[in-house]
Ligand binder design. Structure first.
Ligand SMILES: C[S@@+](CC[C@H](N)C(=O)[O-])C[C@H]1O[C@@H](n2cnc3c(N)ncnc32)[C@H](O)[C@@H]1O
Length: 220
């Protein structure tokens, strides 16, 4: 799996984040080398980032993050039919944003190591409802060809346990952006678990067709 470094601006767009939401307690789950937590904290957000990769040392994280910058650009160049530059403008702008986000993440990791917690779905090391909002970018659904329905249900329930609201982006598979094969069953599973789920279109699209987030809240 990749350790990517999406930027704060991408996160705000992917999750439709408002200033009010960013003033609460936010968990970036599967945060990787994203620059979101560092930038949000600078603006007063009480933010925590969790990822199994935080068990690695900083040099290794920097290596993985840099490796992905190169790999991500190569994938976009090799499959122009799968991406739109409407949000980024140009490949250069994307590269610049991602590089700056990686640098910001690595610096923040040194300055505020406690913000970055090693942990992984479907069992997070946090108390019930410790966060107002849990956001999860490019883990669920992206890898739905290998992580199955039961895993997705467990992961969503776990995020809904630690946060009052969960937002997941995107809602399609990596690659050609195919729909999630078990989507309808999973939505029924969530309802059975007492969770309300809805999709919302957002102002962000890079992988073609990936312009929706799933929002999960308690039905009670
Ligand atoms: C494609 S990256 C996304 C990183 C970041 N959210 C972004 O959008 O740039 C996927 C991340 O999921 C993390 N990951 C893999 N398995 C996980 C799990 N079971 N629970 C939480 N995170 C996981 C990986 O370590 C990796 O950093």
């Amino acid at each position: 799996m990749l350790v990517t470094s999406r930027s704060y601006d991408e996160y705000v767009a992917m999750f439709g984040l408002t200033r009010l939401e960013l003033s609460g307690r936010v968990l970036d789950c599967s945060a990787g080398a994203a620059g979101f937590a560092a930038a949000a904290a600078d603006q007063g957000c009480r933010v925590v980032a969790v990822d199994p990769a935080y068990a690695l040392d900083r040099q290794e994280l920097a290596r993985l993050g840099n490796e992905d910058l190169v790999r991500g650009s190569a994938i976009a160049a090799a499959h122009p039919d799968r991406f739109t530059w409407a949000w980024f403008g140009t490949p250069e702008r994307r590269g610049e944003l991602r590089m700056r986000a990686l640098a910001r993440f690595l610096l923040d990791l040194v300055r505020h190591p406690s913000r970055y917690v090693a942990g992984q779905l479907p069992q997070l090391p946090f108390r019930d409802e410790g966060f107002d909002l849990v956001i999860c970018s490019h883990l669920l659904f992206t890898w739905a060809d290998t992580l199955g329905r039961a895993w997705h249900l467990a992961a969503l329930r776990e995020m809904a346990r630690v946060g009052r609201e969960v937002r997941v982006f995107p809602t399609v598979l990596q690659g050609a952006g195919d729909p999630v094969p078990f989507w309808h069953e999973l939505m029924a599973d969530l309802a059975d678990a007492g969770l309300r789920a809805e999709t919302r279109t957002v102002d962000y699209e890079f992988q073609l067709g990936a312009d929706q987030m799933l929002v999960v809240t308690s039905a009670g």
